[in-house]
Design a protein around this ligand. Structure first.
Ligand code: ZN
Length: 284
């Protein structure tokens, strides 16, 4: 079944009921706007990844809002506008692929002073060939830099491939590409409370195979719904927070929501299979 982006033509009654249902759902653009308003009114200062790394002092209440744009740049633009309307600057990592690397959209996001970064997956694309992966990295980064000032890059973790894209840093340094940071290498996750929307929940679980970061920080802090995260930010007990979202999960209408819900379901099934095969000693 295909859901067009503009939606199906429902009768008014059905449409009303569906939008009523939509307002109860988590991981919608409205919920994200609530989260942003809370951040804005909280004691936290919002920094981009680049700003955090370049800063002399890392004291005080700080939040990094990081977005991995995996599937569709249009959802990222919706989020970027919400943040901009509240004066929030976030970091957007874009994959180099169709529907994501869309200059007209990324230009607008950059115009809001959000940080633009490179979401690389060159070991996946070269099927694990390190040297080819590095040249492809150089090529894709140079292409993005024709339009954007890129100082940080972040690996994409495809749950359905066996490669760890950040392995390229075992034979090369970020500085070689004039980069100053990679969130998985440059942020100390013992210092940060790290939340990711992978799997459409903020809970940290074993199925978030490649989004996992090693951290011993507050294993007891678990939030499930966006409302819980809002409370935690309101509370302000934890000084450093990093929030990772995938914009395509945060839909502004039910049709878009269902489309990505189904995609997530497929991916999560894949992740579970990958986990099971790992435990059975078969996966890599
Ligand atoms: Zn990604």
């Amino acid at each position: 079944m295909f859901f067009g982006r503009k939606g199906l033509d429902y009768g008014n009654g059905v449409k009303g009921e569906l939008s009523g249902l939509f307002s109860y759902l988590d991981f919608t653009l409205d919920q994200y706007a609530r989260l942003c308003r809370t951040v804005k009114e909280s004691k936290y200062q919002v920094l981009t990844v680049r700003e955090f790394i370049e800063r002399d002092s890392q004291e005080g209440h700080l939040i990094i809002m990081r977005h991995d744009v995996d599937e569709d740049a249009r959802n990222a633009l919706d989020m970027a506008r919400v943040e901009h309307s509240l004066g929030i600057k976030a970091t957007y990592y874009f994959r180099v692929r169709k529907r994501v690397n869309v200059p007209a959209i990324i230009d607008e996001i950059a115009s809001y002073q959000h940080e633009i970064g490179y979401h690389y997956e060159t070991l996946d694309k070269t099927r694990g060939h390190l040297k080819e992966a590095l040249s492809l990295f150089a090529e894709e980064l140079a292409m993005l830099r024709e339009r954007y000032d890129i100082k940080t890059a972040c690996m994409h973790g495809n749950p359905l491939t066996k490669y760890d894209n950040k392995k390229i840093w075992e034979i090369c340094e970020l500085a070689h590409f004039n980069l100053i940071g990679e969130p998985y290498l440059s942020l100390d996750y013992n210092q940060f409370l790290y939340f990711s929307d992978s799997g459409r929940t903020w809970l940290r679980d074993k199925n978030k195979v490649k989004d996992r970061v090693s951290s011993t920080n507050s294993p007891s802090v678990q939030v499930k719904h966006t409302g819980d995260l809002i409370e935690l930010i309101d509370d302000g007990r934890h000084e450093k927070i990093c929030i990772l979202t995938h914009p395509e999960r945060w839909s502004k209408n039910l049709v878009n929501y269902l489309t990505y819900y189904l995609i997530d379901l497929t991916y999560n099934t894949g992740k579970k299979l990958l986990s099971i095969s790992k435990y059975a000693g078969m996966g890599g």
